[in-house]
Design a protein around this ligand. Structure first.
Ligand code: C2O
Ligand code: CU
Ligand code: CU
Length: 480
């Protein structure tokens, strides 16, 4: 009896099959394979060139994800995922992104505050064999960001194949705080991606136009069945949801409490004690967790209360050494910025997310400017989700979540962000702080970060312009 027949007979008894059938996630049938922690979690190399010049080669490769098999993957400077870019606030940086795959790509710096022409969205295509070299001065606070391709209509597959990496920004605030900061030792990057790896190593990209692709296993930095060995008992995890569609409810199998210190755009105004929190696609969070010497505990995700079932899965097993050294507990105070408070007359823009492919009745059109924002504006964006589950992201800004369905945001959303989760039939209001990189002809994007929805057209474009010129800039971009 082959595996597929076996699965059909077992039916919904297999957790993975249940997940695939009720999530609308589609994709191949789930391998019948219990989760086993058997591979040390990969820690991506750090890239921190003295001259601020980062070589990034997008390439194809093959990767051993399921032991004993190979998977055809894409990566940056390697076969799957890319290095962690270390930057400092006020650094001048230049990226040299070389396209070594045989189709157009781009490279977007998700969460970075920079001129639209450096942003790496669909308007900055990199042809095969070419190199794109954007350059900017780092303006973000200390934070955990990421990079990934953003080509028109093809983002989901390229990210799925493995083109993504973490960006860590440090600043004077993080220097002066006593937070765990030894990369790979007590400051652990965790890129969470769900994937179905077939028994022969295949990782099929699912093109069925439904909710979005979800997989049966969680990879951490490309590691299936990951475990992490610790030599310290107080550890910071930098969690990045690099998945195409899955929402994680992150915590530990024993429901221990931990401290959330940062959201996507940096440190919280004060720490939050939690035992579980939601992390939607493209969101980041930093937590500090205390362990006991010698203990083993699993990091897990639970299904939560979403209409789209997100499933209960193991993420990684944490194994603490018997002689692990104690660390310092997280600080009681954090220097993160206070919430943004829009003025009474702040401009309000409304966005209605419809189905899985449009906003305010329109699909993405690269030649159409949907919104024009005066430089430096602090606005209220009100985003309504009519159906499914979406994760709304805005480029070139940071924001404070004001409320969701009129209620205060969750405790894990108190920090600055650039991406926010919208459960089925919800309305979220965010106070958005735009920067002053003006350009009357190069737009930034806003979109759902469920990548299938983004590709299907749930995306719009906005310009940031000199105040007073909003009505005079052309709303149509020249072709090409
Ligand atoms: Cu993470 Cu518009 O992207
Ligand atoms: Cu982005
Ligand atoms: Cu969506």
């Amino acid at each position: 009896m082959d595996r597929r027949t076996f699965l059909t007979l077992v039916g919904a008894g297999a957790a993975g099959v249940a997940l695939a059938s009720c999530s609308g996630g589609g994709g191949p049938p789930a391998p019948e394979r219990p989760w086993t922690p058997r591979t040390p979690v990969r820690i991506p190399d750090e890239l921190h060139p003295d001259d601020g010049t980062f070589p990034l080669a997008v390439q194809r490769g093959s990767t051993e994800i399921l032991p004993g098999t190979t998977t055809q993957t894409w990566g940056v400077n390697g076969s799957y995922l890319g290095p962690t870019l270390r930057l400092r606030t006020r650094d001048r940086v230049t990226m040299h992104v070389t396209n070594g795959v045989d189709e157009v790509t781009t490279m977007h710096w998700h969460g970075m505050l920079l001129p639209a022409r450096m942003d790496g969205g669909p308007h900055q295509p990199i042809e095969p064999g070419h190199t794109w070299s954007p350059s900017w001065t780092v303006d973000n606070r200390a934070s955990t960001l990421w990079y990934h391709p953003h080509p028109d209509g093809e983002t989901a597959r390229q990210v799925f194949n493995g083109v993504a990496g973490m960006i860590i920004i440090d600043d004077d605030d993080t220097d002066s705080l006593d937070l765990p900061h030894d990369y790979g030792i007590d400051d652990i990057p965790c890129i969470l991606q769900d994937r179905t790896i077939e028994d022969d190593g295949e990782m099929p990209f699912d093109t069925v136009p439904n909710f979005g692709q979800m997989g049966t296993d969680v990879l951490v930095n490309g590691t299936l069945g990951a475990y992490l060995e610790l030599t310290r008992t107080t550890v910071r995890f930098r969690l990045l949801n690099g998945s195409n569609a899955r929402l994680y409810n992150v915590g530990f199998a024993d429901d221990r409490e931990f401290t959330l210190i940062a959201t996507g755009q940096g440190l919280m105004p004060k720490p939050a004690r939690l035992s579980r929190f939601a992390l939607g696609p493209a969101e980041r969070a930093e937590i500090v967790v205390a362990f006991e010497p010698g203990e083993r505990v699993r990091m897990t995700t639970t299904s939560g209360s979403e209409r789209i079932d997100q499933g209960d899965l193991s993420i990684m097993e944490v194994r603490v050494g018997d002689d692990a050294q104690p660390g310092t507990p997280p600080p009681a105070e954090l220097p993160g910025p206070a919430p943004l408070v829009p003025s009474a007359g702040a401009r309000v823009r409304t966005f209605k997310l419809q189905g899985h492919d449009s906003i305010n009745g329109e699909e993405m059109d690269m030649s159409r400017i949907d919104e024009v924002v005066p430089a430096g504006a602090l606005e209220i964006w009100e985003v309504e989700n009519t159906v499914y589950s979406h994760n709304f992201h805005i480029h070139g800004c940071d924001f404070t979540v004001l409320d969701r369905n009129g209620k205060p945001p969750e405790p894990w959303e108190a920090g600055r962000k650039d991406t926010v989760h919208l459960p089925d039939k919800s309305v979220v209001r965010v106070a958005v702080q735009f920067r002053d990189y003006t350009d009357p002809a190069a737009p930034y994007m806003y979109h759902c970060h469920i990548l299938r929805h983004e590709d299907a057209g749930m995306m719009g474009q906005f310009l940031v312009v000199e105040p007073g010129t909003e009505d005079s800039v052309p709303r149509v971009l020249p072709a090409g």
